[in-house]
Structure formats: structure tokens, C-alpha cells
Design a protein around this ligand. Structure first.
Ligand code: GUN
Length: 296
């Protein structure tokens, strides 16, 4: 018998999309313009194409306008920054994202800093990260925000719990560690942030009430690494060859789901867990921008 519960990001994200759609309709009734997200995509990396495609489709679903701006891999840093500056002052555009990773000859830091903090709906700009860290109004990066929302909608207690995060990326691990420890509802956890240099990793992960796996390595977390009744959040997404699917591919996470799910109280699936929550969080940030709720 299945004794664990699935944290169904697909279902919750559909609920949130309906909420956003209703808000968009209300906004339009007041005479406001349609929220508008612009996405810059450089090159033709398959995974990035898929992610941006999902973001554009989600915009359509909730009634946002979206613009996809494509550049070749050979685009110069200067050309890219000029485009960002143009979008920063375009009054019709509420949010701007540059899909990462970007080619090595372009500085990711410079690109992120070029985006106006008021349109940085990815929440990657140092001003938004700083404001988030201080508990001030800010765009919170989409994946950590999506994870918190999933935890909130399933009313999982975080206060006083030990939350172990594996992976210290700027996009997920680092902001997640700050948010989980903040003195706010759906925070107040004792956080341990583990990374590639952590010694005795299993000793630490076994103490987790909530384990967030954001390592970027397929099926890294196994059943020996968690304790009974742990809540497991899997941020990883990897496409691997498979003989059991029609397409010849399947998606797996950073967690060995089949092996450890029975030990969990709650667990996110891959796909259908954190991924869809990330996309709705981006929509939420774009709506906040259109409503001028973070920056005036
Ligand atoms: N690449 C992987 N995740 C993300 C994300 O959330 N936003 C952007 N812009 N690029 C990404």
C-alpha cells in the first residue's frame, strides 16, 4: 500500500493558473493593459527551447501577452545588453527573462545586472536577491517560490523543522536556504545547506525533516540517505534514454523516486512536481509587476 503522498505540482499549478487567469480578467475589466512577459532565448539548446516553450504556453493559458526574442549563439554581449536596455524602457513589457545558460563569451552577471530590477521577474538581480534576503518586497526566484507555494498548499509544517538543502546554486539552493530560515510563515526552519565539499553528506541528509535535492545529478539521493517520514522535494530534471517509453526518453530527478518514496511522508514526482510550480511562479511575478506591487 502506498503510504506516501504525492506533492502534485501539476495539479496545484493548474489551480494557480486559474487564479491568475481570473485576476487578469479583473485587471482588464478595470481598463488596465494585458500583462506582458518577454523572454530572450540565445541559441537552440533543446532543454532551453523546451523550458521557454512551456513559459510562452503558460502565458497564453492565463491571458498574458508574451514575446520571444531569439538570438544566435554568436550574439555579442553588447548587442544583448542593448536589447535589454530597450526592453527595460518599453512600457508595454512588465517582465523580462533571459533564459540561462547563456554562451560562455557573455557574462551572466553583466546580463542579469542589465535587467531592470523592476522587470526582473526571475528574481535573479542582486537587488531582488538582496531585498529577498532582508525580507523586503522582492521578486523571488521562481523555483524556490514554487517550492514554498507547494509546501504551503499542502500545509506542510516548516517551523522548527530541519530543512536540508543539497546544492548551493544562485537560482535554487542559496535563495531556498534564506527563504526557509526566514522569520515568516512557511519559513522558520533550521536550515543546513550542503554542497560538493560537504563531508559525511548522508549523515546530514538523514537528519532532514524536509530534504530539498537541487544537485543537478540524476538519482543522486537514495533511500539510505533519508529518514522515515521525510518530505522530499526533487528539483532535478534530467532526460535519459529509456527502453520502456514510446519516445525512447524519460525524465528523472535528483532523487531515486522508486527506491525511496515508500520512506517519505510527501514527495514530488518528476515530471509534474517542482517544474510546473516554477512556471506559475514566473507568471505570478509577472502579474505582480503588471500591478506594480513590488516596485512602483
Ligand atoms: N535556466 C534554468 N532555470 C531557469 C530559470 O528559472 N530562469 C531562467 N531565466 N533560466 C533558467
Amino acid at each position: 500500500m502506498q503510504n506516501y503522498k504525492i506533492l502534485d505540482g501539476k495539479k496545484i499549478s493548474e489551480e494557480i493558473k486559474n487564479e491568475i487567469k481570473a485576476e487578469v480578467n479583473n485587471l482588464l475589466l478595470t481598463g488596465a493593459k494585458r500583462p506582458h512577459l518577454a523572454a530572450i532565448l540565445i541559441g537552440n539548446d533543446g532543454a532551453s527551447e523546451t523550458y521557454v516553450g512551456h513559459k510562452v504556453k503558460a502565458c497564453e493559458q492565463v491571458g498574458f501577452k508574451s514575446s520571444l526574442i531569439r538570438f544566435d549563439n554568436s550574439v555579442s554581449e553588447h548587442e544583448l545588453i542593448q536589447k535589454i536596455i530597450e526592453i527595460n524602457s518599453d512600457k508595454d513589457i512588465d517582465g523580462l527573462i533571459v533564459q540561462l545558460p547563456i554562451p560562455a563569451h557573455i557574462s551572466e552577471e553583466k546580463i542579469i545586472e542589465a535587467i531592470s530590477p523592476a522587470k526582473d521577474v526571475d528574481g535573479f538581480h542582486p537587488i531582488n536577491i538582496g531585498r529577498m534576503a532582508l525580507g523586503m518586497p522582492a521578486y523571488i526566484s521562481a523555483t524556490p517560490q514554487g517550492i514554498l507555494e507547494l509546501i504551503r498548499r499542502y500545509t506542510i509544517e516548516t517551523s522548527g523543522k530541519h530543512c536540508v538543502i543539497v546544492g548551493r546554486s544562485n537560482i535554487v539552493g542559496k535563495p531556498m536556504s534564506i527563504l526557509m530560515s526566514q522569520k515568516k510563515s512557511y519559513g522558520n526552519a533550521t536550515v543546513t545547506l550542503c554542497h560538493s565539499q560537504t563531508k559525511n553528506l548522508s549523515e546530514i541528509t538523514k537528519q532532514a525533516d524536509i530534504l530539498i535535492a537541487a544537485i543537478g545529478q540524476p538519482e543522486f539521493i537514495n533511500s539510505e540517505m533519508i529518514k522515515e517520514n521525510c518530505v522530499v522535494i526533487d528539483v532535478g530534471i534530467h532526460r535519459i534514454k529509456s527502453e520502456s517509453t514510446k519516445s525512447g526518453w524519460k525524465l528523472i530527478g535528483d532523487v531515486k523516486f522508486d527506491e525511496l518514496a515508500h520512506k517519505c511522508s510527501y514527495i514530488t514526482p518528476v515530471p509534474g512536481g517542482v517544474g510546473p510550480m516554477t512556471i506559475v511562479s514566473l507568471l505570478k511575478n509577472t502579474l505582480l509587476s503588471a500591478k506594480k506591487e513590488i516596485f512602483i
